[in-house]
Design a protein around this ligand. Structure first.
Ligand code: NAP
Length: 343
């Protein structure tokens, strides 16, 4: 069976998920959508994707025709053919699409991290909630920061997590964003502590309720987020055991400062040199030298490539929701292999 996937919203996340789905043997992209007839729309067609207008309005379709961009119609002309829709629309628009388009057309849908946990049946991370999402209809793949935290907490779970404290340093904007800042400030965001990231992790890992607390600032960079974790555990722990667990966990790579990975700039240079499309690095990066244990407390620092970390998760989420594979590790392996991930 080849699952028919419609990508509604061909932006930073949507275009990456479209490419990732196209690389899988068991699924195909039947169409992508845009609202504006811009270069992204033109390139999507040149890449071979069938293009539809995200807004069901014939006048808007005409804008694409007038711009000379081949368009097949609106989302309503293709939705019935889809086994599942991956929504890549801007924050809050995904929820509107869920109520106005996906539910009335009885099509399964994946929303992204900009939407709220309460608006879906469950929240997805391949390591933690794959089994919970098997066969479900409306699921949210959690945000880039939450995905990074879920992955590392999976690696640490066997030590018995008593308490996790995380400081998030967030990128101000994606590289293609010419509207957002700050460009010369450190901005507590949110200024209230704890931030929403802890509850977002709990939406995937309910057993961490009242155990995880986060705070976040935004800094003027576009490349990656950075997290500092302090995790109190139940059992005796040492640095070697932690490194072993991280090594065992899929989609986390250990990078050493002494090998030149002194900053997020160097990590992104590595992704460029690997020849990764759009310099994507869906693997969570942990600085090996930062990993430490003092008594029963673990310390470490990690970096998250915000535009790509959720991409393999979307692919696994499709497999879970369409019950194409029961074993999360098999799905993770298939996805990783098709995407050429390091681990
Ligand atoms: P984006 O780059 O702004 O892309 C949004 C896309 O949605 C554009 O292609 C836009 O098309 C399209 N769109 C606009 N209105 C739409 C509608 N009514 N229905 C369907 N599509 C519509 O946004 P993004 O950064 O990919 O974010 C998408 C979601 O992923 C958000 O929930 C966000 O929070 C989440 N997320 C983002 C990141 C990240 O780093 N960017 C990471 C993790 C999760 P036009 O350009 O033609 O209007």
């Amino acid at each position: 069976m080849s699952a028919k996937v419609l990508i509604n919203g061909y932006g930073s996340i949507g275009k990456r998920v479209a490419d990732a789905v196209s690389l899988q043997k068991d699924m195909e992209v039947i169409g992508v959508t845009k609202t504006k007839p811009d270069f992204d729309a033109k390139l999507a067609v040149e890449l071979g994707y069938k293009l539809y207008c995200a807004i069901p309005d014939k006048e808007r379709v005409k804008l694409f025709e007038d711009a000379g961009i081949p368009i097949e119609g609106t989302i309503l002309d293709i939705i019935e053919e889809a086994d599942i829709v991956v929504d890549g629309a801007p924050k809050k628009v995904g929820k509107e699409n869920l109520e106005k388009i996906y539910k009335p057309n009885k099509v399964k849908a994946i929303l992204q991290g900009g939407e709220k946990a309460k608006d879906v049946e469950d929240n997805f991370n391949a390591l933690w909630s794959y089994e919970r999402c098997l066969g479900k209809s409306y699921i949210r793949v959690v945000s880039c920061n939450t995905t990074g935290l879920c992955r590392i907490l999976y690696a640490l779970k066997d030590f018995g997590i008593k308490k996790a404290r995380v400081v998030l340093v967030r990128r101000a904007a994606d590289p293609n964003d010419d509207k957002t800042g700050p460009i010369n400030a450190i901005k507590p965001n949110p200024v209230t502590v704890p931030s929403h990231h802890g509850p977002d992790v709990v939406s995937v890992i309910p057993e961490l309720k009242d155990k995880i607390l986060t705070s976040a600032v935004i800094v003027p960079t576009t490349l990656m987020h950075q997290h500092t974790l302090m995790v109190e555990v139940d059992s005796e722990v040492n640095r070697e055991k932690i490194l072993e667990k991280i090594e065992e966990t899929p989609r986390i790579i250990l990078l050493k400062e002494k090998d030149g990975f002194s900053s997020t700039a160097k990590i992104i240079e590595y992704a460029r040199d690997l020849g990764r499309k759009r310099y994507d690095l869906p693997e969570l990066c942990v600085w090996e030298e930062s990993v430490n244990a003092i008594e029963k407390e673990i310390f470490l620092m990690q970096a998250v490539h915000q535009e790509s970390i959720v991409v393999p998760e979307n692919v696994d989420c499709i497999r879970a929701m369409l019950e194409m594979e029961d074993d999360k590790f098999k799905s993770i392996e298939k996805t990783n292999k098709a995407l050429g991930l390091l681990k």
